[in-house]
Design a protein around this ligand. Structure first.
Ligand code: HAM
Length: 424
């Protein structure tokens, strides 16, 4: 048996405390921000019929190279989701909810990528999708929500890039111009870009290879190929971002890795991360996707933020620390443990957080465990207390000392001791 059998597979990892606490705090904060804007949660399945994901574009790396696909025992062609927009739009087409349908989600996605720091084979995203309105102000709302969320985490060094890929006809005309430009200079392109050109000409613009730099810089620009209608839509998105003071940079070369985008696209880049993995989030409009999944034509816009990368960016900026793990009360029982069973239950039912020691350890060992638990207060039951029908309530953090409390008064005393100080 290989040594790696009992290790997490390549590109995956275990999230243990305190990272797990920070993880949850991030999702809670996200739910707060988007919930306050009228988005409700949707929980799509983690796998779908593979055709759902083919709508991301057969020429994209995500679909052609990175998908976890398999035949299930019933012979169905199934894929683990590489992202959640396709699933959410499939759910929209299936359930036909009232529009505007504004939803958020959080959860893992799977891509068979080259694993490295900030790039995993199982990675989590939080995101929103808004289906129904064609209104450019909705694009701006969605972008603003991501921005306000980064602000809430305390991130300061995030750059917002925005672009428009135009209407389908604009995009097609642009792809044609781009293909002609690169095809005319095919021999000067890197080998990798020559192969990208065959599959997905837009993605050549993403090449970071030095030998491609001049040709990419000289390439036709998307903004010269926008119809009036698409240009007007984009101007109104930018106008709304200006109005709410969200800084951005127009990046005509921003094409994104999924094929469903039309008109507005955007990406959030963390300056504190390495350039290869510095996109902490991205999104855009996908106005044809619902129709392709069998719904009536319904525009849509959304984004997803990478949880792993966002937390790496927080590390690099020294913000959004893990919340402290603390219970309110730690129960120490040196009389066999029966009292600890009752006391922890009573205290927890009263709505306080309580932990206890195990295995009938000595008073000293139990008090050590109490310290480690970060509890504010220890409830101590020794022979003396048991005989007197009392519990010793000892302050573990401040200088409130200790007091003997009648057994029946414990919860009330804890409540007054642990109450937050009232403002004066
Ligand atoms: P995406 O750009 O493929 O877009 O992914 C969004 C974010 O997920 C990226 O910016 C990155 O932070 C994170 N991410 C992607 N792949 C990995 C990976 N292998 N390891 C770690 N993090 C990763 C989408 O997924 C679209 N569904 C976004 C969207 C929603 N567009 C419209 N609505």
């Amino acid at each position: 048996m290989a040594d790696s059998t009992f290790r997490a597979p390549k590109g995956t990892r275990d999230i243990l405390w305190p990272d797990s606490a920070r993880w949850r705090a991030l999702v809670d904060a996200f739910a707060d921000v988007v919930g306050a804007a009228g988005y409700t949660q949707v929980v799509p399945p983690m796998f779908e019929h593979v055709e759902v994901f083919h709508r991301l574009g057969d020429a994209t790396d995500v679909v052609s190279k990175e998908m976890y696909e398999f035949l299930d025992k019933g012979g169905r062609n199934i894929a683990l989701r590489p992202e959640q927009t396709a699933s959410v739009v499939r759910a929209f087409a299936e359930h036909r909810p009232v529009v505007p349908w504004k939803v958020w989600y959080a959860g893992p996605n799977f891509r068979y990528e080259r694993a490295q720091k900030g790039r995993f084979r199982q990675f989590d995203q939080v995101g929103v999708e808004a289906l129904g309105p064609d209104d450019p102000h909705l694009d701006a709302e969605v972008i603003a929500l991501a921005w306000r969320f980064y602000e809430r985490l305390g991130l300061r060094r995030v750059t917002l890039l925005v672009n428009s890929l135009g209407n389908p006809e604009d995009r097609a005309r642009y792809v044609e111009a781009l293909t002609a430009h690169f095809a005319d200079n095919r021999d000067a392109l890197s080998e990798a870009s020559r192969s990208t050109l065959e599959r997905n000409p837009l993605r050549v613009l993403d090449s970071k290879r030095p030998e491609d730099a001049d040709l990419v810089a000289a390439a036709p620009r998307m903004d010269d190929h926008l119809s009036d209608d698409a240009a007007e839509h984009f101007a109104r998105v930018c106008g709304a971002l200006d109005a709410v003071d969200i800084p951005y940079r127009v990046a005509p070369g921003l094409v994104r890795g999924l094929d469903y985008y039309l008109r507005t696209t955007f990406e959030f880049v963390a300056e504190a991360l390495d350039a290869a993995q510095d996109a902490v989030g991205g999104g855009g409009r996908y106005d044809r996707l619902a129709e392709e999944m069998g719904a009536p034509p319904t525009p849509g816009v959304g984004f997803a933020l990478g949880v792993d990368r966002t937390l790496l960016a927080c590390d690099a900026e020294g913000v959004f620390d893990a919340p402290e793990a603390a219970v309110d009360v730690f129960v120490v029982d040196t009389c066999g443990g029966d009292e600890a069973v009752l006391l922890t239950d009573e205290v927890r039912r009263a709505g306080l957080r309580a932990d206890r020691a195990w295995d009938g350890r000595s008073m000293k060992a139990q008090m050590k465990a109490a310290d480690r638990s970060n509890a504010a207060v220890a409830l101590i039951v020794g022979e003396e207390e048991r005989a007197a029908g009392t519990v010793t309530v000892r302050d573990l953090r401040g200088d409130a000392g200790q007091q003997a409390v009648a057994r029946g008064d414990v919860v009330e005393v804890l409540r007054s001791r642990l109450a937050p100080p009232t403002a004066t």
